[in-house]
Design a protein around this ligand. Structure first.
Ligand SMILES: [Zn+2]
Length: 330
């Protein structure tokens, strides 16, 4: 059911199957890497894999290594190279990457055209040239896609810094023939809403039926809008990454409540006894990760606990999304 939810994947997003809290920060050789979809096969609708995350040499075996047969959306990684002057990969390279990885969908090779990419922002000329590069690359990707008859579906990335620029980028891509448009994420939710409206209007004016994906934005406050507007899909890893990357708010519940993890990151617990800690909340979540860790899901300590807390967060996030989808049916 729409909108579909894709989780951006990074090579460190796994847990060791055999680990339990008695190993604490340690691990044994011969353990098995386990991915979220192996524990919960039907939780997410797909994953996003960035060109920045995997080398061309390793991409052929990715599906096999991840034991993942679902939908993969390929991304050139524009958000990761937003500070560069040009994309570090050619269109040829990126499309070949998608094809060799047996991806379902692939995004055109874009450049983030927003002032916030670096301190001091970008000049008007820079913004315009990034937008032009995004459109030129989209055209190039389309040519290559046709020439080599690649099996994945190519999505055009719509960049911009205000409604007008998003609109003109969308118009150019629609004229090139794209029917799947991916709106590059923005920090301001109001601009994302306006960009979605502008892109939809452009498509409507040209008499085209399109699918819209929103890149990198899954704030719970915008989910209702996605449903109203019939957004096909979106991706976000915020709730996963916040489990360990955020100073605060590391453990989320479907209710919207969030809690800080208890930090005990130094090696060697010494006198410190986790069983005697005073926790902010009593864990009563019944997800696989909370059941196996108990209160220690709240302990900010080591990759195993932190990633499991992130996976718990994604379980809660999907519940939240499902509640929104259900509301829309009533
Ligand atoms: Zn849980």
């Amino acid at each position: 059911m729409k909108p579909l939810y894709f989780l951006p994947w990074w090579p460190s997003d796994y847990i060791w199957k055999e680990w339990n809290t008695s190993f604490d920060m340690g691990r044994m050789t011969g353990w098995t890497k386990t991915y979220l979809w192996e524990v919960l096969p039907n939780l997410i609708d797909g994953i996003v894999v960035s060109r920045m995350a995997v080398s061309l040499r390793q991409i052929k075996l990715l599906r096999q290594k991840l034991r993942f047969t679902g939908v993969i959306l390929g991304d050139s990684g524009a958000h990761s190279y937003r500070n560069y002057e040009h994309p570090p990969f050619s269109c040829e390279d990126v499309l070949e990457f998608y094809a060799q990885g047996d991806f379902t969908y692939g995004l055109t090779v874009d450049m983030v055209a927003s002032p916030w990419v670096r301190p001091g922002g970008l000049s008007d000329d820079e913004l315009q040239s990034r937008l032009a590069l995004t459109i030129n690359n989209a055209e190039r990707c389309l040519e290559l896609h046709e020439r080599y008859n690649y099996p994945f579906t190519l999505w055009g990335v719509v960049q911009g810094w205000d409604v007008t620029s998003y609109r003109s980028c969308a118009k150019a891509l629609l004229k090139l023939g794209f029917t799947y448009l991916a709106i590059a994420g923005q920090r301001k939710l109001s601009l994302i809403r306006d960009a979605i409206d502008a892109v939809s209007e452009e498509a409507h004016q040209l008499g085209k039926k399109i699918n819209i994906h929103v890149l990198g934005t899954g704030n719970p406050k915008i989910l209702e809008f996605y449903i109203q507007k019939g957004i096909t899909s979106f991706d976000s890893s915020t709730w996963l990454r916040k489990a360990w990357l955020s100073e605060k708010h590391n453990y989320f519940l479907v209710t919207g409540k969030h809690y800080d993890a208890y930090r005990a990151t130094r090696v060697g617990l010494g006198e410190f006894d986790v069983n005697k800690l005073k926790w902010d909340i009593e864990i009563n979540c019944s997800c696989y990760f909370c059941r196996s860790l108990g209160q220690q899901i709240l302990l900010f300590r080591g990759h195993e606990r932190n990633t499991r807390r992130g996976f718990h967060n994604i379980c809660q996030y999907v519940q939240l999304l499902k509640a929104h989808r259900k509301d829309a049916l009533v």
